[in-house]
Ligand binder design. Structure first.
Ligand SMILES: Nc1ncnc2c1ncn2[C@@H]1O[C@H](COP(=O)(O)OP(=O)(O)OP(=O)(O)O)[C@@H](O)[C@H]1O
Ligand SMILES: [Mg+2]
Length: 235
Protein backbone atom coordinates (compact mmCIF):
# COMPACT_ATOMS: atom_id res chain seq x y z
CA UNK A 1 0.00 0.00 0.00
CA UNK A 2 1.32 3.40 -0.92
CA UNK A 3 1.11 5.91 1.90
CA UNK A 4 2.34 9.35 2.77
CA UNK A 5 5.45 9.18 4.91
CA UNK A 6 4.75 12.70 6.14
CA UNK A 7 2.42 13.72 8.96
CA UNK A 8 0.77 16.17 6.61
CA UNK A 9 -0.46 14.93 3.25
CA UNK A 10 -1.10 18.50 2.12
CA UNK A 11 0.47 21.72 3.27
CA UNK A 12 -0.10 25.06 1.57
CA UNK A 13 1.25 28.51 2.24
CA UNK A 14 -0.48 31.72 1.07
CA UNK A 15 -1.93 29.93 -1.92
CA UNK A 16 -3.42 32.44 -4.36
CA UNK A 17 -4.89 32.03 -7.82
CA UNK A 18 -5.83 34.96 -10.00
CA UNK A 19 -7.45 34.74 -13.40
CA UNK A 20 -7.31 37.56 -15.92
CA UNK A 21 -10.61 37.71 -17.67
CA UNK A 22 -11.30 40.47 -20.23
CA UNK A 23 -8.93 42.86 -18.47
CA UNK A 24 -10.45 42.16 -15.08
CA UNK A 25 -8.59 40.31 -12.37
CA UNK A 26 -10.57 37.58 -10.61
CA UNK A 27 -9.06 36.29 -7.40
CA UNK A 28 -10.46 32.76 -7.31
CA UNK A 29 -8.38 31.76 -4.27
CA UNK A 30 -6.93 34.27 -1.85
CA UNK A 31 -4.06 33.58 0.55
CA UNK A 32 -5.05 30.06 1.57
CA UNK A 33 -2.77 28.53 4.18
CA UNK A 34 -3.74 25.15 5.60
CA UNK A 35 -2.54 21.65 6.51
CA UNK A 36 -4.32 18.37 6.02
CA UNK A 37 -3.05 15.47 8.09
CA UNK A 38 -2.30 12.14 6.48
CA UNK A 39 -5.41 9.94 6.56
CA UNK A 40 -7.81 12.82 7.17
CA UNK A 41 -11.20 12.92 5.43
CA UNK A 42 -11.81 16.60 4.74
CA UNK A 43 -14.93 18.18 3.29
CA UNK A 44 -14.68 21.54 1.50
CA UNK A 45 -17.86 23.62 1.49
CA UNK A 46 -18.76 26.96 -0.04
CA UNK A 47 -21.20 28.66 -2.37
CA UNK A 48 -20.86 28.39 -6.12
CA UNK A 49 -17.86 30.45 -7.25
CA UNK A 50 -16.20 30.49 -3.82
CA UNK A 51 -13.05 28.81 -5.15
CA UNK A 52 -13.52 25.14 -4.22
CA UNK A 53 -12.59 23.65 -7.59
CA UNK A 54 -9.74 26.14 -7.93
CA UNK A 55 -8.33 24.97 -4.60
CA UNK A 56 -8.68 21.29 -5.55
CA UNK A 57 -7.08 21.82 -8.97
CA UNK A 58 -4.10 23.57 -7.37
CA UNK A 59 -3.62 20.87 -4.72
CA UNK A 60 -3.88 18.24 -7.46
CA UNK A 61 -1.29 19.98 -9.62
CA UNK A 62 -3.81 20.39 -12.47
CA UNK A 63 -3.32 24.15 -12.31
CA UNK A 64 -0.49 26.38 -11.14
CA UNK A 65 -0.87 29.02 -8.41
CA UNK A 66 -0.28 32.73 -9.06
CA UNK A 67 1.65 32.75 -5.79
CA UNK A 68 2.14 30.61 -2.72
CA UNK A 69 3.23 27.01 -2.34
CA UNK A 70 1.68 23.53 -2.19
CA UNK A 71 3.35 20.49 -0.74
CA UNK A 72 1.84 17.06 -1.33
CA UNK A 73 3.34 14.35 0.87
CA UNK A 74 6.32 16.63 1.43
CA UNK A 75 6.98 17.41 -2.24
CA UNK A 76 6.76 21.07 -3.24
CA UNK A 77 4.86 20.91 -6.54
CA UNK A 78 6.62 24.04 -7.85
CA UNK A 79 9.93 22.16 -7.90
CA UNK A 80 8.63 19.69 -10.50
CA UNK A 81 8.76 20.28 -14.26
CA UNK A 82 5.72 19.30 -16.36
CA UNK A 83 6.84 15.71 -16.96
CA UNK A 84 7.78 15.01 -13.38
CA UNK A 85 4.56 16.68 -12.19
CA UNK A 86 2.51 14.32 -14.42
CA UNK A 87 4.44 11.34 -13.11
CA UNK A 88 4.05 12.53 -9.52
CA UNK A 89 0.31 13.08 -10.04
CA UNK A 90 -0.33 9.69 -11.55
CA UNK A 91 1.33 7.88 -8.64
CA UNK A 92 0.26 10.10 -5.75
CA UNK A 93 -3.10 11.67 -6.53
CA UNK A 94 -6.41 10.10 -7.56
CA UNK A 95 -9.16 12.32 -8.99
CA UNK A 96 -12.91 11.81 -8.83
CA UNK A 97 -15.23 14.18 -10.71
CA UNK A 98 -18.92 15.04 -10.58
CA UNK A 99 -19.50 13.69 -14.09
CA UNK A 100 -17.30 10.59 -13.56
CA UNK A 101 -15.20 11.34 -16.71
CA UNK A 102 -15.00 7.68 -17.67
CA UNK A 103 -13.80 6.96 -21.20
CA UNK A 104 -17.02 6.13 -23.03
CA UNK A 105 -15.55 3.53 -25.39
CA UNK A 106 -13.84 1.52 -22.65
CA UNK A 107 -15.48 -1.07 -20.39
CA UNK A 108 -15.42 -0.56 -16.64
CA UNK A 109 -12.47 -2.94 -16.33
CA UNK A 110 -10.55 -1.11 -19.08
CA UNK A 111 -11.30 2.28 -17.52
CA UNK A 112 -9.73 1.08 -14.27
CA UNK A 113 -6.73 -0.36 -16.09
CA UNK A 114 -6.10 2.91 -17.93
CA UNK A 115 -4.14 4.86 -15.25
CA UNK A 116 -2.03 1.79 -14.47
CA UNK A 117 -1.11 1.42 -18.14
CA UNK A 118 -0.23 5.11 -18.34
CA UNK A 119 2.07 4.94 -15.35
CA UNK A 120 3.79 1.78 -16.62
CA UNK A 121 4.44 0.45 -13.14
CA UNK A 122 3.36 -3.17 -13.47
CA UNK A 123 2.86 -5.80 -16.16
CA UNK A 124 -0.39 -6.47 -18.03
CA UNK A 125 -1.35 -9.53 -16.01
CA UNK A 126 -0.98 -7.68 -12.70
CA UNK A 127 -2.90 -4.72 -14.12
CA UNK A 128 -5.82 -7.00 -15.05
CA UNK A 129 -5.82 -8.67 -11.65
CA UNK A 130 -5.72 -5.37 -9.79
CA UNK A 131 -8.54 -3.92 -11.92
CA UNK A 132 -10.70 -6.96 -11.07
CA UNK A 133 -9.85 -6.62 -7.37
CA UNK A 134 -10.85 -2.96 -7.45
CA UNK A 135 -14.15 -3.65 -9.22
CA UNK A 136 -14.80 -6.23 -6.55
CA UNK A 137 -13.98 -3.68 -3.85
CA UNK A 138 -16.55 -1.24 -5.21
CA UNK A 139 -19.12 -4.06 -5.46
CA UNK A 140 -19.24 -4.26 -9.23
CA UNK A 141 -17.63 -7.62 -9.98
CA UNK A 142 -20.62 -8.37 -12.23
CA UNK A 143 -20.16 -5.22 -14.34
CA UNK A 144 -16.66 -5.87 -15.78
CA UNK A 145 -17.61 -5.66 -19.44
CA UNK A 146 -20.19 -2.90 -19.21
CA UNK A 147 -19.55 0.36 -21.02
CA UNK A 148 -20.27 3.54 -19.03
CA UNK A 149 -23.64 4.16 -20.77
CA UNK A 150 -24.73 0.65 -19.75
CA UNK A 151 -24.41 1.48 -16.04
CA UNK A 152 -26.38 3.60 -13.58
CA UNK A 153 -24.91 6.91 -12.36
CA UNK A 154 -24.01 5.42 -8.97
CA UNK A 155 -22.29 2.49 -10.67
CA UNK A 156 -20.33 4.80 -12.97
CA UNK A 157 -19.18 6.82 -9.98
CA UNK A 158 -18.05 3.62 -8.25
CA UNK A 159 -16.02 2.68 -11.35
CA UNK A 160 -14.52 6.19 -11.24
CA UNK A 161 -13.60 5.61 -7.57
CA UNK A 162 -11.95 2.30 -8.47
CA UNK A 163 -10.03 4.09 -11.22
CA UNK A 164 -8.89 6.79 -8.78
CA UNK A 165 -7.54 4.02 -6.52
CA UNK A 166 -5.82 2.12 -9.36
CA UNK A 167 -2.27 3.33 -8.73
CA UNK A 168 -2.84 3.24 -4.97
CA UNK A 169 -2.28 6.99 -4.48
CA UNK A 170 -2.05 8.33 -0.91
CA UNK A 171 -4.22 11.37 -1.78
CA UNK A 172 -7.69 11.33 -3.34
CA UNK A 173 -9.37 14.55 -4.52
CA UNK A 174 -13.07 14.50 -5.29
CA UNK A 175 -14.92 17.47 -6.80
CA UNK A 176 -18.64 17.13 -6.04
CA UNK A 177 -18.60 13.35 -6.41
CA UNK A 178 -22.26 13.14 -5.39
CA UNK A 179 -23.46 16.12 -7.44
CA UNK A 180 -25.27 13.93 -9.99
CA UNK A 181 -26.59 11.34 -7.57
CA UNK A 182 -29.70 11.14 -5.40
CA UNK A 183 -29.02 11.35 -1.65
CA UNK A 184 -29.19 7.62 -0.79
CA UNK A 185 -26.76 6.82 -3.62
CA UNK A 186 -24.60 9.86 -2.85
CA UNK A 187 -24.45 8.93 0.82
CA UNK A 188 -23.41 5.41 -0.12
CA UNK A 189 -20.60 6.83 -2.29
CA UNK A 190 -19.39 9.13 0.51
CA UNK A 191 -19.57 6.36 3.14
CA UNK A 192 -17.60 4.18 0.80
CA UNK A 193 -14.92 6.87 0.27
CA UNK A 194 -14.72 7.38 4.01
CA UNK A 195 -14.34 3.66 4.63
CA UNK A 196 -11.48 3.50 2.12
CA UNK A 197 -9.91 6.54 3.73
CA UNK A 198 -9.96 4.80 7.11
CA UNK A 199 -9.06 1.23 6.10
CA UNK A 200 -6.35 2.22 3.62
CA UNK A 201 -5.20 5.39 5.42
CA UNK A 202 -5.83 7.53 2.36
CA UNK A 203 -6.18 11.28 2.65
CA UNK A 204 -9.33 12.56 0.98
CA UNK A 205 -10.47 16.05 0.13
CA UNK A 206 -14.09 16.10 -0.96
CA UNK A 207 -15.74 19.22 -2.37
CA UNK A 208 -19.48 19.35 -1.94
CA UNK A 209 -22.51 21.63 -1.65
CA UNK A 210 -24.20 19.12 0.57
CA UNK A 211 -24.18 20.00 4.29
CA UNK A 212 -25.36 16.45 5.07
CA UNK A 213 -21.86 15.20 4.31
CA UNK A 214 -20.34 17.33 7.09
CA UNK A 215 -21.25 14.86 9.83
CA UNK A 216 -19.16 12.20 8.09
CA UNK A 217 -16.03 14.36 7.84
CA UNK A 218 -12.97 14.50 10.13
CA UNK A 219 -12.64 18.17 9.23
CA UNK A 220 -14.55 20.84 7.35
CA UNK A 221 -13.06 23.72 5.42
CA UNK A 222 -15.35 26.59 4.43
CA UNK A 223 -14.61 28.98 1.59
CA UNK A 224 -16.19 32.36 0.92
CA UNK A 225 -15.22 34.47 -2.07
CA UNK A 226 -11.86 32.74 -2.43
CA UNK A 227 -10.95 32.89 1.24
CA UNK A 228 -10.87 30.11 3.81
CA UNK A 229 -13.17 31.43 6.52
CA UNK A 230 -13.14 28.39 8.77
CA UNK A 231 -11.39 25.07 9.28
CA UNK A 232 -13.09 22.91 11.89
CA UNK A 233 -11.83 19.57 13.13
CA UNK A 234 -14.54 17.22 14.45
CA UNK A 235 -13.06 14.82 16.93
N1 LIG B 1 -10.36 29.79 -16.06
C1 LIG B 1 -10.97 30.80 -15.43
N2 LIG B 1 -10.94 32.04 -15.92
C2 LIG B 1 -11.54 33.06 -15.29
N3 LIG B 1 -12.20 32.93 -14.12
C3 LIG B 1 -12.28 31.71 -13.59
C4 LIG B 1 -11.68 30.57 -14.21
N4 LIG B 1 -11.91 29.49 -13.43
C5 LIG B 1 -12.62 29.93 -12.38
N5 LIG B 1 -12.85 31.25 -12.46
C6 LIG B 1 -13.57 32.08 -11.48
O1 LIG B 1 -13.02 31.83 -10.20
C7 LIG B 1 -14.03 31.75 -9.20
C8 LIG B 1 -13.93 30.44 -8.45
O2 LIG B 1 -14.28 29.38 -9.34
P1 LIG B 1 -14.38 27.87 -8.88
O3 LIG B 1 -14.65 27.06 -10.10
O4 LIG B 1 -13.20 27.54 -8.08
O5 LIG B 1 -15.68 27.90 -7.94
P2 LIG B 1 -16.40 26.71 -7.17
O6 LIG B 1 -16.43 27.06 -5.72
O7 LIG B 1 -15.83 25.42 -7.57
O8 LIG B 1 -17.90 26.84 -7.74
P3 LIG B 1 -18.98 25.68 -8.06
O9 LIG B 1 -19.57 25.27 -6.75
O10 LIG B 1 -19.99 26.39 -8.92
O11 LIG B 1 -18.30 24.57 -8.79
C9 LIG B 1 -15.34 31.96 -9.93
O12 LIG B 1 -15.75 33.29 -9.75
C10 LIG B 1 -15.04 31.68 -11.37
O13 LIG B 1 -15.85 32.43 -12.23
MG1 LIG C 1 -16.53 23.75 -8.63
Amino acid sequence: MSNCAQNNAVETSSLTKEFNFQNTKITALNDATFKIATGEFVVVLGHSGSGKSTLLNLVGGLDKPSSGTIKVCGTDLSTLNDDSLSAFRSLNIGFIFQTYNLISTLTSLENIQFPMKLSNVVNDQLIKERARELLNLVGLANRCDHLPFQMSCGEQQRVAIARALANDPPLILADEPTGNLDWPTGKEVIMFLKQISKTQKKTMIVVTHDERIVELADATMRLEKGRIVNIARHV
